[in-house]
Design a protein around this ligand. Structure first.
Ligand SMILES: Cc1ncc(COP(=O)(O)O)c(C=O)c1O
Length: 397
């Protein structure tokens, strides 16, 4: 087995859809010494993270709970608090991530009803409404919906799900997974009628993996209060406290929180509108490149509808016979661009380019050109190429 060289000259471009590159300000913030648990600066950092996340989620009504955990941990917090063992939730199909959340929910002893995943298409809000109308006994306690499915590269209309729930006159709570969308595209928790939002640190929030967050409104908190199923670490009722040791069910992950505070500061100093606009511009460049590559006949968008293509990640479907693992290895080891592969049912059928977080036009052009070089190396037809298209897109032409 050959080992990759220990040192690479220059910087490798990280274009997986999470973890994403860390801004220097985040790295520096995390390099501080930890503090004793009674230091008021610990509380100040936690408060800055909670308030910043509320602002980003555009909620004044919800409480934020932070976990020393990844996104799966935050998912589990939702499961454990919102449904008692044996109770049922509805998971609309979005691809790998809705299915993973559903499987985890079942593993925790809850029942799951699914609406079908339509490959390459967003959630069918009509199917959600019908499933809720059919649930005359109101057995479904919540709808667990993924905003951006990072595997499919599809962003779903969360407000449409609130309309579906209301049209069905169903009391189910609406839970949105914003792990891959938060910080990249607008999200309006209160205005969209979302009861719980679930996030993680390592994507649009520009931090290392390790902090999961949930924002919980009063209706959802009341459900957790009434839920008698046993739980401890994840329990929102136990965590609702002014004491940091209670909030975190133990020691807070201080250095990660220092990084998160710095990252949120960067987002707000750039300006939310500017951050969203930058993500749209960079996604547009990647999509322009794919428009070029698809003319070679071997590659195409996985997301069928231009309007639901994610501004965080682009999933590119490949023709049978193209080895996506080999492509990724060449891209990473020879051209210094790390991209992601297909997940779950898309393994071997797609690769993905992340364009979220601390990202700029030069990085995107480097990533696109590096991927194109890997495609050429592997003999994948790319038509007249995508790099020039990306340049023109960024130039506004
Ligand atoms: C949309 C979405 N939800 C949940 C997760 C799970 O997060 P983690 O890998 O941090 O457990 C991911 C991870 O990529 C994701 O993309």
């Amino acid at each position: 087995m050959t080992h990759p060289p220990a040192r690479i000259p220059g910087r490798r471009l990280l274009h997986a859809p999470g973890p994403t590159p860390l801004p220097d300000a985040v790295l520096h913030a995390m390099s501080a010494q930890p503090m004793d648990l009674a230091d008021p600066r610990v509380d100040a950092t936690i408060a800055a993270c909670e308030n910043g996340l509320k602002r980003l989620l555009r909620t004044t009504a919800a409480d934020v709970f932070l976990y020393a955990a990844n996104g799966h941990g935050a998912w589990e917090a939702v499961i454990e608090n919102l449904a008692a063992i044996g109770e049922c939730v509805l998971v609309p199909g979005t691809g790998h991530f809705s299915e993973s959340w559903a499987v985890q929910t079942e593993a925790c002893g809850r029942q799951v009803l699914r609406t079908p995943w339509r490959e390459g298409w967003p959630i069918d809000a009509g199917a959600v409404e019908q499933a809720l109308r059919d649930d005359k006994a109101h057995a479904i306690k919540a709808v667990f919906a993924v905003h951006t499915d990072t595997a499919s590269g599809v962003t779903n209309d969360i407000a449409a799900l609130r309309s579906a729930i209301d049209a069905a006159r169903h009391p189910a709570l609406l839970v949105a997974d914003v792990v891959a969308s938060l910080g990249a595209v607008p999200f309006a928790m209160d205005a969209w009628g979302v009861d719980v939002a679930v996030g993680a640190s390592q994507k649009g929030l520009m931090c290392p993996p390790g902090v999961g967050c949930v924002a919980v409104n009063a209706a959802a908190f009341a459900v957790a209060e009434r839920n008698a199923s046993p739980r401890f670490y994840w329990d929102w009722v136990r965590r609702k406290s002014d004491l940091s040791y209670r909030k975190f069910c133990g020691t807070a992950p201080q250095n990660l929180l220092m990084g998160l505070e710095a990252a949120l500061g960067l987002i707000f100093s750039e300006g939310l509108e500017a951050v969203w606009q930058r993500h749209a511009q960079l996604a547009g460049a990647v999509q322009a490149a794919v428009e070029g590559w698809r003319e070679g006949g071997a590659l195409d968008f996985f997301a069928q509808e231009a309007t639901s293509r994610s501004l965080s990640v682009t999933t590119i479907a490949v023709s049978p016979g193209i080895d996506t693992d080999a492509l990724r290895t060449v891209a990473r080891e020879r051209f210094q661009v790390a991209i992601a592969g297909g997940l779950g049912p898309l393994a071997g059928r797609a690769f993905r380019i992340g364009h979220l977080g601390d990202c700029n036009p030069a990085m995107i052009l480097g990533a696109i050109a590096g991927v194109e070089a890997a495609l050429e190396t592997q003999g994948v037809p790319v038509g007249n190429g995508g790099t020039r298209r990306a340049v023109l897109s960024l130039a506004g032409r």
